[in-house]
Design a protein around this ligand. Sequence first.
Ligand code: UFG
Length: 339
Amino acid sequence: MKILVTGGTGYIGSHTVVALQQKGYEVVIVDNLSNSQADIVDQIEKITGLRPELEVFDLANRELTADFFRRHSDVLGVIHFAAFKAVGESVEKPLYYYRNNLVSLMNILESMQENNIRNIVFSSSCTVYGQPDILPVSEKAPIKKAESPYGNTKQISEEILQDYIKVSGLHAIALRYFNPIGAHETALIGELPLGVPNNLVPFITQTAIGIRQELKVFGDDYPTPDGTPIRDYIHVMDLAQAHVVAVQRMIGQQMKQGFEVFNLGTGKGYSVLEVINAFEKVSGTKLNYKIVDRREGDVTQVWADPTFSHNELGWKAEKGLDEMVGSAWKWEQAYRSRS
Ligand code: UFG
């Protein structure tokens, strides 16, 4: 029952490690700690009472990856989170993104094949849909040309998986995340962006706690009810549970095709101002924010049609917006009081 979680000390990875351990899986993490810290495994151990094994190296290194898999050929499946994920940075450093995100995936697939490991869950993104023509967006919606090298690495990775499963006998599930936010209820793990956050919720909580002076709301002139963009925010623990379900589906040989794709969203969209209002209500604080120009590359609105995931995975996101922003706030406060 051993699962390899690449990027397991990162935000979504660490929450998924907890969910896996709580379902009885043994976890080995590989992470190069480029955007996370090794002591996350201490926090995971505090939550679950189990310490995941951690190996620190870069999966873009073919030799190290091959060696790791030879030593862990008893792994039943791989959940591959490890990747760079900053949209803006990927525009500045495209080769850095392509090399890291694509080479590591290819190294993993090759090593899996060599060691007869058959199952991989891949972290994809709703970014593959761009601005969808039809909302809510289902898995059948067309893939739009990627807006950034980061988005392109997700599209190309899905294509690599699709091509490779045809000739290798591997099984792959790509999970297309909408906007993961929030933290584990213990506030022992959560989202910890290095430097200035790119994403809305960490920026909100860092502003509220006084690390950032004010939140900039990127545009209120979008064609939405309050003029701010709409996203499908999903609690990171709901997302984590979906990975466990995906792993079980693979190991239980319940997949209907060698390559499957699922949306992971709630099916409900909230605007930026609605998220801010929910945060102010739940935290009892007044957020300092101002409306500024639009951010380049932002789509107007996107939310998931989660019907296929409900029907096929038997999985459904359960936590609402208040709980999401409340847990993010609890995490921010707990983390700052510890450090
Ligand atoms: N926003 C602000 N101010 C901020 C940060 C964000 O107003 O300081 C707004 C954005 O304009 C957007 C919304 O909050 O309308 C959500 O922005 P995020 O950056 O939190 O999330 P995105 O929807 O832009 O990003 C997500 C994923 C990426 C993915 C991208 C594709 O985090 O991995 O969708 O569009 F690439």
